[in-house]
Ligand binder design. Structure first.
Ligand code: 5AD
Length: 433
């Protein structure tokens, strides 16, 4: 009988892609994917540990699986991803009904683990299998492609260097081969991924991120090219030039600032000051005037004063982000920030977070509102889920647009859509000839 598997995924795009890779390898081995846990012979939890809350979700989920495992001896449960990497063997003590623990470095080695060769696989093998042809991509129009794994930045708040290891870039030609294969399968939107995507450097030729961006943008039929996540200190002239010179590279850049105060940035070890960050924004805008930015902010970092926070608010207004992702600081095991004193009082941090969210609402409204009446290029994904008589797609800055148009439009086409209405997080419109 065919074996079945279920994957639950938390966290970032890298984790999404790791799940697509796991799913692809399992299908290749004859497993069938199910969307209902109780119908699965194998349950994989692909976990996130960026903040404590994300980690708690994993353990509460594991708690619920305990009975299921007691009732079905043949059920196998695997914990993958960043909590697996961080906690390792400890997971087996805390939840002995877990069968194996596998970190992000071992996604390409699921075979060995299923064969029972290892129960705890949390190393970062030199040779990391990456079988891009088997990735189980959920979208018919979009492919995510890893170009660099890990992070060498060591920001004092961040667990990623522990959970995803040191930076390893993939060879330039490997990336191009994967992109061509993705386009051949109809995925005309490409998203290049890395925790610090713009630190990319080809291990064979030394070519940098700007060179790679340009080369991917020039692959035949790539309609739209995005990348996540850029580090402000790694924004090079070659990256800016590649964006300027290729219209199919999204005019939307996620550039996490974390704080608007140089004092806090130094304590976070972000490797830039407020002035340097603003200067980077200005350099990019000078080359690409229509560019939009989004950002991440941490509030309540140890030692953050009201004055520091007001500098964050003023930076938000100065840059004018199209969207903002803000989080309360969460102490992570083994990170250097633990030695920087107690986090800001929780009530104060919540209040700061709310002020940021209010600002974000206002940005978002203004940003989406400014689209009304304009004709925007939309990459069509297919019929709308909520109303199959409508089509759905995304703008260059990744906003969902539901619109009326020819129902026989091929997914992956680029259409001009006149925007009629801005809703909370989406747009409505009508295709124009
Ligand atoms: N606490 C709160 N937020 C964090 N982030 C990373 N580490 C932490 C932490 N310890 C946020 C940063 C990062 C985003 C992905 O998550 O803003 O850019």
């Amino acid at each position: 009988m065919t074996k079945t598997f279920f994957i639950e995924t938390w966290g970032c795009q890298m984790n999404d892609l790791d799940s697509q890779r796991l799913s692809g390898s399992l299908k290749l081995r004859g497993y069938q994917r199910v969307e209902n846990e109780s119908a699965a012979d194998l349950i994989l939890l692909n976990t996130c540990s960026i903040r404590d809350k994300s980690e708690q979700k994993v353990f509460s989920h594991l708690g619920r699986l305990r009975e299921m495992k007691a009732a079905r001896e043949d059920l196998r449960i695997g914990v993958c991803g960043c909590v697996a990497q961080q906690e390792g063997e400890a997971i087996l003590h805390r939840a002995p009904w877990v069968d194996f623990v596998m970190g992000p470095g071992n996604v390409g080695h699921i075979d060995q683990i299923l064969a029972g060769e290892r129960r705890v696989a949390i190393d970062f093998p030199e040779d990391r299998n990456y079988d891009y042809l088997t990735v189980d991509r959920p979208s018919a129009t979009k492919a995510q492609v890893t170009i660099i794994e890990g992070c060498n930045k060591n920001c004092t708040f961040c667990i990623v260097p522990t959970t995803r290891g040191r930076e390893v870039s993939r060879p330039f030609d490997d990336v191009l081969r994967e992109v061509r294969a993705a386009v051949d399968s109809g995925r005309v939107e490409i998203e290049l991924l890395g925790q610090t995507v713009n630190a990319y450097r080809c291990p064979v030729s030394g070519r940098d991120f700007g060179a790679l961006l340009g080369a991917v943008a020039e692959v035949d039929r790539v309609a739209r090219l995005r990348f996540m996540t850029s580090h402000p200190a790694e924004v090079s002239d070659s990256m800016i030039a590649a964006m300027r010179d290729h219209e199919n590279i999204s005019r939307y850049l996620h550039l996490p600032v974390q704080s608007g105060s140089s004092r806090v940035l130094r304590r976070m070890k972000r490797l830039y000051t407020r002035e340097h960050y603003l200067d980077t924004i200005a350099r990019i805008r000078a080359a690409i005037p229509e560019i939009q930015f989004s950002t991440d902010v941490i509030v309540g970092f140890p030692g953050e004063t009201e004055e520091d926070f007001e500098q964050t608010i003023s930076l938000m207004t100065e840059v004018g982000y199209g969207s903002l992702f803000a989080f309360k600081y969460s102490p992570r095991p083994g990170t250097p920030a633990l030695k920087l004193g107690a986090p800001v009082d929780d009530d104060v941090a919540s209040e700061r977070l709310n002020r940021l969210f209010d600002l974000h609402e206002q940005f978002k409204r203004e940003h989406l509102g400014s689209y009304r009446g304009r004709i925007l290029p939309v990459l069509v994904e297919g019929p709308s889920k909520h109303d199959p008589s409508m089509l759905t797609g995304r703008t260059d800055d990744n906003v969902v647009v539901n619109f009326s148009g020819d129902p026989s439009t091929r997914p992956g086409s680029m259409l001009g859509v006149r925007i009629e209405q801005a809703q909370h997080h989406t747009l409505r419109g009508e295709a124009v000839a």
